[in-house]
Design a protein around this ligand. Structure first.
Ligand SMILES: [Zn+2]
Length: 123
């Protein structure tokens, strides 16, 4: 006899769902979160929005950046940064190759704008 129930009830959205629609949570008897994954995601979004409102955009984003900065100091973070850079570099290379004429055109425009800005500063 399996202890796994066929469905699990989420009292937040008042719905019977498949147990796999709930996040794992080892501290609960059935090993699943009290609320379904949809409700959990919604709750996280709402609490983030509330926190953002309380802190103000600038401070909220600063704390988020702090998290990212700390993560990047870890070995996993360093690997991730390196991987992201390789992926972006390769994607950019392919994009340039695919749209060589557009790229050359945009380079010309950017060069002209940068030159104009430089002239403005030194004028
Ligand atoms: Zn729910």
């Amino acid at each position: 006899m399996s202890l796994q129930a066929a469905t699990k009830y989420c009292k937040k959205c008042d719905t019977e769902k498949n147990p796999s629609d709930f996040y794992n949570n080892a501290s609960n008897k059935d090993g699943r979160s009290r609320y379904c994954a949809d409700c959990t995601r919604l709750r996280v979004k709402q609490s983030q929005a509330k926190r953002r409102e309380e802190l103000g955009d600038e401070r909220y984003l600063a704390t988020r950046r702090g998290d990212v900065a700390r993560f990047r100091q870890t070995e996993a973070g360093k690997r991730q940064v390196k991987l992201d850079r390789m992926i972006r570099t390769e994607a950019n290379r392919r994009l340039r190759e695919l749209h060589r004429d557009d790229y050359e055109h945009l380079l010309k425009i950017a060069r002209r704008e940068a030159q104009a800005e430089l002239n403005e500063v030194s004028a």
